[in-house]
Structures are given as C-alpha cells and as structure tokens.
Design a protein around this ligand. Structure first.
Ligand code: CA
Ligand code: CA
Length: 385
C-alpha cells in the first residue's frame, strides 16, 4: 500500500497528534483531539438534519423516531426525507444538558404500541430531575402521530438544582426488563447513597416498578430499583452477544469508563476515579481501592462517551461483537474490540463533529446523530472497494 507522505508521517509519529489536520502539530498533548485518527473504512451519507437531537429509535416499518432536546419528538420517513411531529410530549426542563432525552420501543411494540421517553422534568423551586414516561404511540396517516395514555413511571430522587448529568439512557433486555441509567446530577455523593437513585444503573419492570429479584430489593424504596452504584454520568448501555451488560460513563477530568456491569457492584464514584476533579483536587485511582469494580477500559484524555452500541449486523461482519461509542469532545466514533471480558480501543474515526448517539439500523448500517443545532443524521455503510 502506498500512502501519501503526510499520512505516512502520521504513522511514524506515534499518533500523538491529530493526523487528519495538517498544521495541528502544536495542539496540546492533553487535548481530547490529540488521539490518533484512523482512516474511515465506511461511506458516510447525510440523511436528515435535526435541531439538538439526543436519541433515535427505529420503528418496525423502518421509520425513525428522533428526540430533540427542546421537547420535540420527530418521525422521519427515511425514503422520502419527510419529517412528521409526534404530539403529546410532556413538558421538559430544557437547558444545559436537560431536555427531552432517550426514546425506546417496548420489546412487544408491534402488539402494544408502547414507547418510552426519558427527559429532564422541572421540580419545586429551581430543581430538576430525570423522569421516564410510557405512552402509546398512535400514528396518523400523514407522517406524524401522538402519544396517548402517557404515564410517568419513574423519577430521579431527589430532584436537585443544576442542569447536568441526568443520564437517562433506556435499554430493554432480552428478558423484557428495562434498564435505565440515572446519573449523579453533578452532586457526587448521591452515587453512594442508597436513599437516592442518582449515580446508579437501574433495572425496572416495564411498568417502572422494581423487580423483586433486584440485588437491593429487600431495602425497599428507590434502593430496590438499583442494579449497580457508584456511577457518574452514564450515557451508554448495551448488551453483547453473550448477554453481558456494558456501560459507558463520562469521568470527571480524565477517567472516562467502559464498565462490565455486575449485579450489585459498586463502581466507586466519587471515592475513586482514574480522572480527578475539575477544580484540581485528586480522586484516588481505581487501583487504590480494589473493592470497587474497576473499568475494563478508560480514557485519559477523555473521549466524552455520549452513547454505546454493540454491533451484531450483517453489513460490517468484521465488526460483529465490537462496541461503538459516540464521542462528544473527541468528535469521533470509537470502536472497541473485546477478548473475553477484556476491552481495548481498536480504532477512532474522526467525524469532525460531536457525536450524540449511535444506533445499529435494521439493515446493519450504523446510524449516527451529531450534537447541537442543525445536526446531521448520518448513515454509515461499507466503503466501496
Ligand atoms: Ca468507576
Ligand atoms: Ca484519579
């Protein structure tokens, strides 16, 4: 293979600079963009644009539900590019990291039409908290629809000030249980407090109640919802083909984590982290406290993982079983390979924009949502060779 000279120089540079940006050689070594950038082995097609999108979910008919942070639920007909509105979204506390969040279909959506939405909900005084609502999606004949019989089935406890770290990614398991991330709202200690459901990974029944076989069910209250604790800002959860549950969370200054989730385990935040506080105070690293579950993979400098998908499709057979993380500050799609329960970063594809969500489409294409206003929906397919 003959490489153009700059790319060849990049291979020799121990990949400490952003190779795709000539003239960037003076970038600070601690910048997130300072990681190596791999050549993109896929074609990228822009499919649509959205205003501050946060999440997406495919309907069985191939159309795509997309949430926008300000509180709009869009329905995209991919073939025609036409966007419809789904009415009936509850009031959201829009601002900072808050607003309308994730969207997921019930595993038996084809029979019951149930969709789940997470969002930041306003509270008393100047407080907010993540909430999870369930509703029936009633589609109309003109490309939109409405949410009917909407019911709020879960809330963060307590609601607190601030507008960061809601978490609220939704995932259904093969057994029909509902997994929900609940971040620590930038309040640190609640991640270790079982009287709060902040800083936890939760396992719920599809009606929001706590399963009786959860690890802390006997404690009652919100503790009964908890599957694992000691998390910071959990924005990605996915099962692998072996049924293992993986979770990606943003660390503080440094220490983004990919965790293998174990029942009842404590992942250590804010007592330990491979990063440190933004104000300069050190947080002891994971290896100082082996009683806390350590990440299988971590990033310093950070990638800012927004989302996590484990690939199982047909279009990219070489990537089956790999994890993909959307990166915000890293403006990248990060590919992770596993060997048993060990994980390593295999590639980092520069996407040139903050990536907010990554989803596998029904045909095995990889779909990305960029972050921010006028953000693109991108479809990744194998590059023609
Ligand atoms: Ca941790
Ligand atoms: Ca540390």
């Amino acid at each position: 293979m003959k490489l153009p000279a700059p790319a060849f120089a990049c291979l020799l540079s121990l990949a400490l600079i952003a190779c795709n940006e000539p003239g960037n050689a003076t970038a600070p070594a601690d910048a997130a963009v300072a990681a190596k950038s791999d050549e993109r082995p896929f074609a990228v097609t822009e499919v649509a644009r959205f205003d501050e999108p946060w999440a997406m979910a495919f309907l069985p008919d191939g159309r795509l539900l997309v949430t926008e942070k300000e509180g709009d639920l869009k329905l995209l007909d991919i073939a025609s590019g036409k966007q419809g509105e789904v009415d009936g979204v509850p009031e959201v506390a829009y601002g900072g990291q808050g607003g309308l969040g994730d969207v997921a279909l019930h595993p038996r959506f084809a029979d019951n039409g149930l969709v789940y939405l997470s969002y930041a909900e306003p509270g008393e005084g100047d407080t907010r908290g993540a909430a999870l609502a369930r509703a029936r999606l009633a589609l109309d004949g003109s490309g939109g629809g409405r949410l009917e019989d909407l019911r709020v089935i879960w809330r963060q406890v307590p609601k607190v000030s601030g507008d960061g770290h809601f978490g609220h990614r939704i995932l259904f398991g093969a057994d029909g249980k509902l997994w929900l991330t609940s971040s620590e709202r930038q309040k640190f200690d609640p991640a270790q407090d079982m009287a709060s459901n902040l800083g936890k990974l939760l396992r719920l029944n599809d009606d929001g109640s706590a399963p009786q076989d959860n690890p802390f069910a006997a404690q009652g209250g919100v503790a009964a919802q908890v599957w694992s604790l000691g998390h910071r800002n959990l924005l990605g959860i996915a099962f692998d083909a072996q049924g293992r549950l993986w979770e990606a969370e943003m660390g503080p200054k440094g220490g983004d984590e990919l965790n293998l989730i174990e029942r009842g385990a404590n992942y250590g935040y804010p007592i330990v982290s491979n990063g440190d506080h933004y104000d300069g105070r050190e947080i002891p690293d994971h290896d100082t406290r082996p009683e806390f579950a350590a990440p299988k993979l971590w990033w310093t400098p950070v990638i800012s993982p927004s989302s996590l998908m484990i690939y199982s499709g047909a279009l990219f057979p070489q990537w089956r079983g790999n994890a993909f993380l959307g990166g915000l500050s890293s403006q990248a799609l990060v590919r992770v390979e596993f060997e048993g329960t060990q994980a390593r970063e295999a590639a980092r594809y520069d996407m040139g924009e903050r990536i907010r969500d990554v989803v596998q489409g029904p045909d095995g294409a990889i779909w990305l949502l960029e972050d921010g206003s006028d953000a693109r929906l991108l479809k990744l397919t194998p590059a023609k060779t």
